[in-house]
Structure formats: C-alpha cells, structure tokens
Design a protein around this ligand. Structure first.
Ligand code: BTN
Length: 264
C-alpha cells in the first residue's frame, strides 16, 4: 500500500471521513497552491494534498512558511454548506490542538489559530476561500505542524520562535499518524459547525492562551494597532480595546503581546 492510501486507511480506521483523493509528492511549491488548483477544477471536499518538503510554503499575512523535511505540510479542501463558515479557521485550530494533545504535548491557541507549545509556535493554519453568488464555494485549509524538523534546517531568525513535537517530548511518530489525527479531529469540529457552532467557540476559548486583558500589538495588512485584548466574539472576530477606549473587531491579523518594561 502506498503512503497516500495508508493515510486514507488509517483515517477510516479511526472512523474519520473517506478521502476521495490524496496526493503526496516528495516535494511541491505549496500544498495549498496545488489544492486550490484542484478546487477550481471541481475536486470534491476532503481532497488532500501533502508533501515532505515545500519549496514555496506560504503562511498567514503574506509570510513564508519554512518547510524542510520532518514537518507535516497538508492542505485539505472543504465545501461548507452552513452559515458559520467564519468559524472554520478557529475550528481548524481546535482540531490541530487536540490532535497534538493526543500525542502528549500541551498546547495553547493564539488567535486566530496559531498552535503554541511552551510559548513557541508548533503549528500554523492558512485558510483560503473562494466565494460565488451563493456564498463560500470552497475553503482550502493549509496546515503546517513542526514534527521533527532539525533546528539547523530552519532559518536562524526563526529558531527561537518555533518548537516541534519531538522538541516538546513527543515520540517521533510518522507524519502520517499526525496527519490522520488532525483530519479525524477536523471532521468532528467541521460537523459541529453545522450542528452546534457555539461548541466550537467554547472549545476554542478553553484552549486559548490566557492573554485576555493583556496589551497587544496587532498587525493586519498595512494596519498596526495597539490595545487590550477583550474577547473573541460569537463570529470568531477578535475584539480589541484601543488605548483611547474605542473597540475594534478584527477578522484577521497577527497578535503579539507587548512586553512589560520598567514603569509600564
Ligand atoms: C501560519 O502563518 O501560521 C500558517 C502556516 C500554514 C502553513 C501550511 S503548510 C501546508 C500549507 N501549504 C502552504 O504553503 N501553507 C500551508
């Protein structure tokens, strides 16, 4: 059995969704680029693309995603037919956090869906959608998990900010096992979005890093804001109280905690 079929079989054995197609080349520019091309061609939901290495891995907010051997690089196609599509990025974060928890590593979520362990980034999710007259047609969820990458294979400026499952003490499990755990948990939360979206928000809040009330910087495209973290609202938006007291709702962005300095 090839490894793509082995992944589909492992997922089915866990009671997960049937995967209509799995592509798993050794190297690709970006699994999400490939998946989006498949989506435009009409591929069914739960089509999955993985790769051992990405030469042009992409992150949120236009960043690159370093993708050396030893990581999970997976993109999965969904075609949501429910109202609360805006909560899908949060649901994906909960799914990845739970999959990692299963492997014995404690995680926290940083809005919208960065997965942190020991305060460092363990996994990230890039959610890209296409809409038509009837609303969202498809969502390509791109998921990157640092499994066993050698720190020396990462760009020097990233080494201090990142961690991996192996660095956090997990057994060096095959990437395929991490992929099937992530997809199985994603299926559970994808169903919950249709039936009980409030459960997704509760699960997200219970995994969230306790940064509420802290001063943060948020960068969203060209906009940079500083304020106090108030909450994540019922639509999954981040509510920030600016220094003058005005509240802003943000649908995307990168949050960093403002470090305390003497006198602040
Ligand atoms: C982030 O910035 O936190 C999101 C990172 C998402 C990386 C994954 S790896 C698989 C998929 N392919 C990509 O090019 N990006 C996503």
């Amino acid at each position: 059995m090839d490894r793509a079929s082995a992944l589909a079989a492992a997922l089915a054995a866990r009671g997960g969704p049937r995967l209509p197609a799995v592509e798993w080349p050794a190297s690709i520019d970006s699994t999400s680029n490939r998946l989006k091309a498949l989506a435009r061609g009409g591929a069914p939901e739960w089509t999955v693309v993985l790769a051992d290495v990405q030469t042009g891995g992409r992150g949120r907010e236009g960043r690159t995603w370093a993708s050396p051997p030893g990581g999970l690089y997976l993109s999965v196609l969904l075609r949501p037919r429910f109202e609360k599509v805006g909560l899908l990025p949060l649901a994906a974060g909960v799914a990845v956090a739970e999959a990692v928890d299963e492997l014995g590593v404690r995680t926290e979520l940083k809005w919208p869906n960065d997965v942190l362990a020991s305060g460092r980034k363990l996994a990230g999710i890039l959610s890209e959608a296409a809409s038509g007259p009837a609303g969202v047609e498809w969502v390509a969820l791109g998921i990157g998990v640092n499994v066993s990458q050698d720190a020396a294979s990462l760009p020097p400026e990233m080494r201090g900010d990142l961690t991996s499952l192996v660095a956090e003490g997990a057994a060096d499990v095959p990437v395929r096992a991490v992929a099937s755990a992530v997809l199985a948990r994603l299926a559970v939360w994808y169903d919950a979005l249709r039936s009980t979206p409030s459960a997704v928000l509760s699960a997200w809040r219970s995994h969230a890093a306790a940064w509420w009330g802290s001063r943060v910087d948020v960068r969203a495209g060209e906009t940079a804001l500083r304020g106090r973290l108030v909450e994540v609202d019922g639509e999954g938006a981040l509510v920030l109280e600016l220094e003058g007291g005005e509240r802003r709702r943000l649908l995307s962005g990168e949050v960093t905690r403002v470090r305390r300095t003497a006198g602040t």
